[in-house]
Design a protein around this ligand. Sequence first.
Ligand code: URA
Length: 312
Amino acid sequence: MNNRRRNFDKKRRYTKSNDKDYNENSYKRRNDDRKQSDKDDSRKYSKPLTEEKKDELRKKHYSKKKQLKHAKTNLPTDGMIRLNKYISNSGECSRRVADSMISAGKVKLNGKTITDVGTKVHYKDKVEVNGKQVFFEEKKYILLNKPKDYVTTSDDPEGRKIVLDLVKNACSERIYPVGRLDRATTGLLLLTNDGEMTKRLTHPRYEKKKIYHVFLDKPFLKVDFNKLKSGIELEDGFIQPDEISYVESDKKQVGVEIHSGKKHIVRRMFKHFGYQVVKLDRVYFAGLTKRNLPRGKWRFLTEEEIRMLKLF
Ligand code: URA
């Protein structure tokens, strides 16, 4: 990633206090900072970095240890959990529904019907719901910085590369992407086996903030910028970015903040005005940023991040 891109990503890192800064006026100030830091960086790296040097820097900033830091199990050390948690973790239903099934006598623990909703079980116990055995599965949350040329479907009949290939050694659970990114789009993609969280993060009612770094085939005219800012009508409805700003002074790069998760939404927004998106990078997703996550790499979410996503 070049220095300008890195600086842009840094600027996009979300905090409540700098959120208001993400507008056109403050862009100028940020651009001055960027120019200064570009100068500083160019002093450090007067020659282009060699592949070895890049690898060295990657290792320094991003070790396997960091990648796996939060992979440890969240189970209590004695392995005991509430029966409703066991059932909901199996993907069968929510904890609330599990409680009503327990009360209704539809749950068996090691062959015996249980009606006490407070019952604790060991994660290796045999649990049956409505006569069918369910299996405890720990929830896993992985953040990937997707490279281009990978599709976000779980398999591809055309034999193209899939994002699951990039995280295949991360865990034994069957995880899947939350929402989608186009094959050519790069950037943040969350993968999990937590169905409830996926539903919440992708449901139109709760759609979460995303920020995209858009590279266009030609400078984005101010007149189109203003029209897009006030919202436009596309074939599937009205869309208005929450924020929009130029990233570079050549005006070919634009930062767009949206909540919509509609298919090809960013590309379609610019196509509406006759621009082609030549490169698209998601730099922010639902409170998560690309910080310390090089392209093609993944990491487990921290417990704090998981809590934050659950609160959304
Ligand atoms: N909008 C798009 O057009 N493509 C993506 O991959 C994501 C958002």
